[in-house]
Structures are given as C-alpha cells and as structure tokens.
Design a protein around this ligand. Sequence first.
Ligand code: GLN
Ligand code: ZN
Length: 771
Amino acid sequence: MQTSQAIQIANLGFPRIGRQRELKFAQEKYWRGEISQAELKQVAKELRRTHWEWQAQAGVSLLPVGDFAFYDQVLALSATLNAIPERHRNQDDANVDLDTLFRVARGRAPSGKDAPAGEMTKYFNTNYHYIVPELTVDQEFSVAYEQFFDEVEEAKALGHAAKPVLLGPVSYLFLSKAVGSDFDKLSLLPKLIKTYADILARFSDQGVEWVQLEEPILALELDADWQTAIATSYDTLKDTQIKVLLASYYGTIAHHQALVSALPVAGLHLDLVTAPEQLALFAENLQPEQVISLGVINGRNVWAADIDLIAERIASVANDLKGRVWIAPSCSLLHSPVDLDVETELAPALKQQLSFAKQKLSELTQLKALLTHSQNQSADSPAKAEVDAILVTCVARRDAREAAADKQVIDRVAALNSDDYERDTKFANRQTIQQQKYQLPLLPTTTIGSFPQTPAIRGLRSRWRKEEITEEFYNDQLRQVTRDTIERQLKLGIDVLVHGEAERNDMVEYFGEQLQGFAFTKFGWVQSYGSRCVKPPLIYGDVSRPTPMTVEWAEYAQSLTDKPVKGMLTGPVTILHWSFAREDISREEIATQIGLAIRDEVVDLQNAGIGIIQIDEPAFREGLPLKKSDWDAYLKWAVDAFKLSAAGVTDETQIHTHMCYSEFNETIAAIAAMDADVITIETSRSRMELLTAFEDFEYPNEIGPGVYDIHTPNTPTVDEIVELIEKAADKIAVRQLWVNPDCGLKTRTWDEVEPALKNLVQATKVLRRRL
Ligand code: GLN
Ligand code: ZN
C-alpha cells in the first residue's frame, strides 16, 4: 500500500508538565531564585524531547510544537504577537523574554519590576486557566518572542517534522479583553491577521509544511460579525505557503457547517468524542484534497477507548476518503494525566480500563492497525494476530465493566420517583417551622465552612498519610483543633457555627475517598493554571456510601455547644465536575448516584441531631454547556441531583448551599428551583451589584450574600460591612438575609480571620439595632 493512501496519526498537543510534574517544580524553583533560567530551560527542553519521542514512537507523523508553554500557551502566543501590557514590559528594551511572560502571569519575575498580574480565566468548559490577553484600542502586533520558532528548530534537530500549533486569530481575539476604552475588538482583526501571516511565513521559511490553527469558538453560538471574522481570516491566510489544519474541539461545530466547509484550509479537525454525529456532515462536504482529522480518542478523560467500536464507526469514511484521513485525540492531551505506566498501586482491574496521554497515543496506533487491516483483508497473519489481540482486549474490558455494575445502586436509581426530589412542604412553611426551632436573630451570622488550615494541621495530615503517627493520635489532634475552632466562634458571637473542616484536605477528595466507585491515582496530575496541577479522583463505578462520612465530626462539634453547628458536605454536581467521570453511563446518571450517596449522609446527619446542613455546589455553574441551547437540559439534571441530595430531611432541617460566585443572571430560575432554604454566595467584590438577579427574580428563599472578601488578607472594617449589608437590604428583604464571608477561610490565617469576623459580627449588631 502506498504511504500516501495510509491513515495518518495526528496529535493536537501533549501535556507539558512532565510525568512527575518536573516543569512545575523547575518553574517554582526558578521563581524562588533556586535555579537559573538556563537550568529551567534545560528541564523544559528535556521534557519536549521525551514527549516528542513518545509521540514519534506511536507513529505520530507531524509533531505538535508550541503546545509546550511556560505557564500558559495563550500567554506565549500573546508574547509572540507582542501583545504584552505596558506595565509588564522590560524597562530598557523592547524585547519580550521569559521573565516578561512570568510578570504577566504572576505580577513578578526574578528580573524586572513588579506589576499587577494579568487576569486569569477558565479556558472554555475545561479546568485549564489561561491568561486573558489585554488589548488596547490602538494595539499593534509584531513578532516579538522566539520560543515557537526556536522549538521548531529544536524538533528538526531531533529529526522530527514539526507542526506548530497555535490558537487561531479569531479565537485569540474572542478570548482577549479590551482595556483602556470600550471598543470593538474585531477592529483589531486586520492587524492581527497580518502578524499571524508573518508568523506563518517564518514557519514556512523553517520548512514547516502544516500548521494547526485552533478555533475553539466554533463550538459556540457566534454572532454574525464573529462568523464573518472567521471567513475573512482564513481567506487572508490562504495566501501563505503553509497548509492550515483548522482545529475545533470541545463540541460540535455542525451549526457553522456552511461557513467552515467553505473555508480555504487544507485540513479540518473535528471533536468526534463530544460530537460524533458531525462526522457525516463534514465528510460529505469536504473539499477535494482537503484532509479530515478525526478526533476520536477523548483528550479530556482517562478511560481506555472502545477502539473496536470507533474503528467500525469511521471505517467507511476512512475508506471513502483514502489518503485524506487523520486520526487524533479529540482535543489537545493537555487535559489528561501524562503516563499510566507510573501508577504502580492501582488495582489491575481498574488499570486496564485506563489510558493517560501516553497510552492514548498507543490507542491511535492500534486504531490505525484495525482500520488498515479492515481496508486490506489480504494482510499477512502477524497483522491479523495483532488485530485479534486488540479486539479481544476491547471486548474483555467492556465485559469487565458490565460485570462490575452495582445492581443495588442501579435499582435504587431506577426506583426513584418525583417525590424523592421534593421537600415535604413548600419553603414558606419550612421557614416558619425552622424559625420556631432555631430562634435565630435577624441577620443571622455564619461562615462558609472551613477555618484556617494551619501548617500544623497540614503537617499532621502528611505525617498521618506517611503512617508516622497513628490514626488515633491524628483524630485526637483534629478534635482539639475542632474544639478550638468552636470556642473561637463562640467568643466571636457567631450564630450558626461550623466545625471548620480541619480533617479535609480537599472538598472532593475527602468524600471520594469514602465513597464506593471512586479511585485515586498517585501521579494523575493535570495542569490547572501555571504551575498548579490538580489530581481529580476517578469515578469508575456505581457510586454509593457504605458508611457515614462526616457524622462523627459534626456530632463532636455539636456536643461542644448549644448553638447550632452546620453539617458540611460537598454536593453531587461539584463532586462530578471535579472528577474524571466514567463514560459508559451518562453524567446525569452519575450525578443521580452521587446525589443519593449524599442524601444518605444528609439523613444520617439529621438523625444525629444536626439540624442545619450545607451542601456546597461551587462548581454548579462550571458545568454549563458551551452552547446556550444545551443549558436547559444540563440545569434540569444538575438541579435534580442537588434536590435529590437535599430532600430526604424533614421540614425542620435547614438546608444551605454555597456557590463561589454571583453571576446568576441567566441561571437564577435554576438556582431558585434548587430550593435550598439558604444560599450563600460571593458578592463583596461586586459590592452587591450581582444580587440584582435575585431581586429581579423575587427570589423567595433566604440568602447570605458575602460581605467579606476572603481572597485578600485585608480586614474589612465595620463600616464597610455595614454598608454592604445595607446595599443588600436595598435589594432583598431583611428577614431573608444572612451575614457571612464570601467563601471558606481555609487559605487565611487566624490573625486575618478573627478581626474580620469580629467586625462582621459587630456590623450585624449595629444593623440589628437600626433596622
Ligand atoms: N465549605 C467549603 C469551605 O468553606 C466551601 C469551599 C468552596 O466554596 N469552594 O472551604
Ligand atoms: Zn466558595
């Protein structure tokens, strides 16, 4: 078979952190002045070399370059485009260098002047955060930073063919923010495209054949002017010598099919994991000669793919479009952990279900073997043996998954009916009953759950994990911390207390470790932002709660005081979003299972005498789909999962929830539908502006708008808090209001927390007299 006809293996990008988080540690050492910039760059170079080698071994023909980045790839692109805020620029020369980048990202670097860092925000619906480019009305662009070009040379020197990968001009502009004055960002597009053309010309001079330009905004619903911008940009860029692979990901782009199919690009990448159905449409409309890159291996999850089924699904396209088909992960592998091989402690049954970035490359190799074999039945027998082995593994894996199902959980979900989602009576009635029971003053004060996680507490936990201290000693020490936390709150005069969460390292991991169906890796890290990585739990099986998880701590805390102590749980939607969830059942079903597990805990807390229970849902909004048209379906099941977790209690039990933000304009109806007796939100930085959504909606239940910004070490004064509560009272009836900080206090010190809470209680007293 001629190679020109062969299916090619492509990759959009590889994680940069290293399988032992080498990049994180090297960057942090550099920031602390412990290693030189040359040493940091050496670590980076080593990582790139290894990652390219893995990809080459798997048969990836064009290796991504530019997926590597210090801190963030959007920031590296800003540097390349010379779109660096004035305040971060080098003083004496026009150069943009690595320290410039770090100043944008962190506000400081080993060299240069400190200046406030650039804003960071979530990259689409992922947990990756990028540095938002700041563009001014008279913004100029020019090629100012050499990293991409240097890396192309580096790849070449290692004998690899490089495919530079960059965010495309329109998505770049879309993700940036206009600063200085309010202007139409699209006015900058002609200048921006010109610099992109310069960049592509440089690549072309370097002998690059293909470049990957990513336009993830295609997964969104775009206004006409943004659609036009896509057409204009690629029309202009077609004059460069280079072949453009236009990459989309994270969702279907079928709604932009006519636009996309008409673009003069040499190739098109589709995410066929989130949207398999768009394949036929784009394949039919492919231009002659155009390449189609099929993103069939999930770049954002950890599960081994059913490659036999994928092969069946794409076989006819692969056959019809011979020589023009690439197979690839759905998106950059940036979002998956690096290498499963280093996980030596996972149960073999689980491990065989998993696939991290490096293994996903092998899956593509295997998929190619299956497709090639089916196209060429006369293949010799070793190939047939290899193919048979792959098929057997796929089937065995599915069988194992099915055999592991927990029938009890499945039956319980199947037996649910609408009553299970509703409290016994309506809020108005519950409110009266709860008022009678708790006799809380007007503007009750409370906190969000956690109190300072001191170095002593963290040290204790790490010694316990290493088995240097006994469980008994550990728990005993934590009880002392809890007692101290309760005493401090009593002294401060807070009305509804919390136990402080000293025993928790992380609000999802703590529960995941106690729930059935969850597993944890040792090195399954994924970059969240900069040098920060997270290690999400794996939800691999049906979820249930074998024994109470928090009851002992809550009971202990409650035994120390007559004031109510709030039980503290993480909600089902947040647990789901912050985990790697299985893919063989729907997210809705998983959320329902977790909802039931949390419900069991809620009921046990109530039975143990805990009358106020908070179910945190800080990630509720994060789960919103990219397309508005998909929002309702998501909100329906997310609200239901929360309600299921909360509705097992009697009317007397007061359910709180907490969310770490306050942009509820478009979701307020869903928030109200959750029917929590009290919701606490983050409102101090917006100075209660965002409470307007609740006001306009006439939100009926109680609300605790945050009056203390816990993200800064500053102490809010009594006057400031009084003013904020008054602003809140302008919008919401006083009898509906609670007084609390914006979020948990675990990242603060007691020296910061105590004076702030003292002022919070004082401000409340002032207002109780006045209102
Ligand atoms: N109860 C948690 C805490 O106080 C809530 C954390 C969060 O909202 N992210 O820490
Ligand atoms: Zn919060």
